[in-house]
Design a protein around this ligand. Structure first.
Ligand code: EPU
Length: 422
């Protein structure tokens, strides 16, 4: 297993290109199963999770080819294969988004029920409720979700859950509804830019979806969809992570391939903390003098502050001048990074789904353990600014969602190396 060794203290400076969004690319790849004919996707990031989805699509009868420039072609050659096995699904929860496409296109799907993960229990009841409303028969057999339907029928579906909308649940039901007979309305749909990106791809394939990026989606079913070309939107979470890196290191970064209009809550919060974020040369310029003001943040579905940047923001607030509170409203248990940050000298107190952070003068390098994707990013950020050396074990978590992060950081002046834990 690999680890990162980081010597903190370098000021990050320079230009960094943000990749296409993992959380857009994954459902879009699954949606390619709906098409007759090949789709060509561009700006697909080179990540462990993307490779896992390629392997899964291969299991399901699709030929997938990838180039080093982020171009991918997906072409279904065998529609008889419908089983997403547990071994695949347990490694990547987003495997669940093949459920809707398989059911709609092939009339049957057998997809292992995802278990919990480091950020919480993560049920899929809303996905199943939506698909049942479209007329699917769904049962659980040997840990697999077995779904069948001759032809799905449009329906009015409320998809809100105890924590608000569901991103992949909306994706699954929207994808299934594209080939249903009649019109589907999804109320309390997720409004994330990744859902809009998926809807744009589906519409380019011939689907009839309106209302994407609003809580009410309308999908008029069509008989068939054809493969098409699509460029994946920039990763707002990777961009936010580099913004925090600039803020922490008193840095000066220019981010290319960034959509600030997808990041209003993040940019607003960073500005409140004292970080300068401006549009520049088609990208964003981020700098900070590292006088950080404390703040209160609550994670929310889009357009609110994203849960996928909560851990990184928490690291930033560890060095703010006073007390901050971060409340996690999407995944209340998503605080595995707190115990590791405490090992680095942070002052954080947990009260239910809230972390109370008292700013300290400095973090101190220490051996720490990555527990999930965004928690690992938070620890890398802490390592960049800590005094001394930080070693982060289990960095395979970060490889799931950040393309060669250590190389990007090295190019900006960071002292970070990857080596083997053994
Ligand atoms: N929920 C239910 N029932 C369901 C589905 C969700 O109760 O059937 C709950 C969840 O437990 C959670 C809330 O609804 O409390 C929102 O979960 P959501 O379904 O939106 O999460 P997801 O679609 O499984 C995606 C991202 C996550 C991101 C969340 C929230 C992908 C591949 N994953 O997950 O990304 O945190 O939306 O924005 O798009 C990450 O990239 O690190 C990551 C975890």
């Amino acid at each position: 297993m690999d680890r990162f060794v980081i010597k903190g203290g370098a000021r990050l400076k320079g230009e960094v290109k943000i990749n296409g969004a993992k959380n857009s690319a994954l459902p879009i790849m699954a949606a390619a199963l709906l098409a007759d004919g090949p789709s060509t996707l561009t700006d697909v990031p080179d990540l462990v999770d993307i490779q896992a989805m390629c392997d899964l699509l291969g299991d399901l009868g699709a030929a997938v080819s990838r180039n080093d420039d982020g171009t991918m072609t997906v072409n279904v050659t065998d529609e008889s294969l419908c089983h997403a096995e547990y071994d695949r699904v347990r490694k990547m929860r987003a495997s669940i988004c093949v459920l809707g496409p398989l059911l709609a296109k092939r009339g049957k799907a057998r997809v292992a029920m995802p278990g919990g993960c480091a950020i919480g229990s993560r049920p899929v009841n809303l996905h199943l409720r939506g698909l049942r409303a479209l007329g699917a028969d769904i049962e659980l057999d040997g840990g697999d979700i077995v779904a069948t339907a001759k032809r799905l029928r449009g329906a009015e579906i409320f998809l809100g859950g105890p924590f608000g909308s569901t991103v992949l649940g909306t994706a699954n039901v929207m994808m299934a509804a594209t080939l249903a007979e009649g019109t589907t309305t999804i109320e309390s749909a997720a409004c994330e830019p990744e859902i809009q990106d998926l809807a744009n791809y589906l519409n380019a394939m011939g689907a009839k979806i309106t209302g994407a990026s609003t809580p009410r989606l309308t999908i008029e079913g069509v008989k068939s969809l054809s493969g098409t070309a699509h460029r994946v939107i920039p990763d707002r979470i990777e961009a936010g992570t580099f913004m925090v890196a600039a803020a922490l290191t008193n840095g000066d970064l220019t981010l290319q391939n960034v959509r600030l209009d997808h990041m209003l809550a993040v940019v607003d919060k960073l500005r409140e903390i004292g970080v300068t974020v401006e549009k520049a040369n088609g990208g964003a310029a981020v700098s900070s003098t590292r006088r950080l003001e404390p703040t209160d943040v609550t994670t929310q579905p889009y357009p609110g502050f994203p849960t996928d940047l909560q851990a990184q923001l928490l690291t930033l607030l560890c060095l703010a001048d006073g007390n901050s509170a971060i409340t996690e409203k999407i995944f209340p248990d998503r605080f595995m990074h707190v115990a590791e940050l405490l090992r680095m000298g942070a002052d954080i107190r947990k009260e239910g789904p809230t972390a109370i952070v008292t700013g300290v003068k400095r973090l101190i390098g220490a051996p720490v353990m990555a527990s999930d994707l965004r928690a690992s990013a938070a620890l890398v950020l802490a390592g960049l600014v800590a005094r001394g050396t930080t070693t982060i074990r289990r960095v395979y978590h970060i490889d799931r969602g950040y393309e060669r992060i250590e190389m990007k950081l090295q190019a900006l002046g960071a002292d970070i190396e990857r080596d083997s834990e053994d």
